[in-house]
Design a protein around this ligand. Structure first.
Ligand code: DGL
Length: 281
């Protein structure tokens, strides 16, 4: 069945996943692993990345365009894989929608509250995410006694995109960024940007074994599974397709570069990535 056709059964419809670019593939990867029956339509806004230094109004406008595009693919639910867009746009865009939409912040915040023993949680993310204080808000809604220490780490995104996941320069940068969080004694650290789970082993080396690392991408896939089951729209998986048919990728620019990155982190070969003009939506 082509993904532009109507789905006779809503359970068979895809999940729309979007991000400012390649980073949201860490979320798509967790959905693939944890919910293997689900189809995915992924959109990476590679023409307008980064979102992490842009204003709220701009991110809301971009998110609305992308959601309109994803709705043309008849998605049954939407995941905002981008932490920055989850922080700045989720509250606004969910008002317009009649299908479920989730971001990555609430699942990450919930997991951090559950894991902290000493009530000191660190959050690393883009500047816009940290300055939105949305991780703090969601954590305090769960448990107002938890203290939240935020630290923007803007150099991590280009370092990951350069492929320097284990490089000594990246490790030095991580030491500089994380030192003050370690000094205040955090015992849980939210990897609050799509790219950071790819630095997990390097960050583990820097923070040591006593700090629990929270991966919002994993937590989001888990919560998405619960949401689909609760709403009765999970795909039971009676007609399993090849990964190449189940997953579709769209970008706003540089489709080949996106495909190379996707192939370096996804568990199967992405054959096609289509470029679209997102400004038309
Ligand atoms: N995807 C963004 C996030 O998770 C990081 C990259 C960007 O700044 O656009 O916040």
């Amino acid at each position: 069945m082509s993904q532009t056709e109507e789905f006779t059964n809503i359970c068979e419809a895809p999940i729309g996943v979007f991000d400012s670019g390649v980073g949201g593939l860490t979320v798509a990867r967790e959905i693939m692993r944890n919910l293997p029956n689900e189809r995915i339509v992924y959109f990476g806004d590679t023409a307008r990345v980064p979102y992490g230094s842009k204003s709220k109004d701009t991110i809301i406008r971009f998110s609305r365009q992308i959601i309109r595009f994803l709705q043309t693919k008849k998605v049954k639910a939407i995941v905002i894989a981008c932490n920055t867009a989850s922080a700045l746009a989720l509250d606004e865009v969910e008002k317009d929608l009649d299908i479920p939409i989730i971001g990555v912040l609430k699942p990450g915040a919930r997991a951090a509250v559950q894991t902290t023993q000493n009530g000191k949680v660190g959050v690393i993310a883009t500047e816009s995410t940290i300055h939105s204080h949305m991780y703090r808000k969601y954590i305090c809604e769960q448990d107002p006694s938890v203290m939240v220490f935020g630290k923007p780490c803007p150099l991590f995104v280009p370092l990951v995109e350069e492929g320097w996941l284990k490089d000594s320069i990246t490790e030095e940068v991580a030491h500089r960024y994380l030192e003050e969080l370690l000094e205040v004694g955090i015992d849980s650290l939210i990897l609050g940007c799509t790219h950071y789970p790819l630095l997990r082993s390097l960050i583990r080396r820097v923070v040591g074994d006593s700090v629990n690392l929270v991966n919002p991408a994993y937590e989001t896939a888990r919560e998405l599974g619960e949401l689909l089951r609760d709403q009765g729209i999970a795909n039971p998986g009676y007609e399993r397709q090849k990964a190449q048919e189940r997953y579709q990728f769209y970008v706003s620019d540089a489709a080949d570069k996106f495909k190379r990155f996707a192939n370096s982190i996804l568990p199967y070969d992405v054959e096609t990535t289509k470029k679209i003009n997102i400004e038309e939506y």
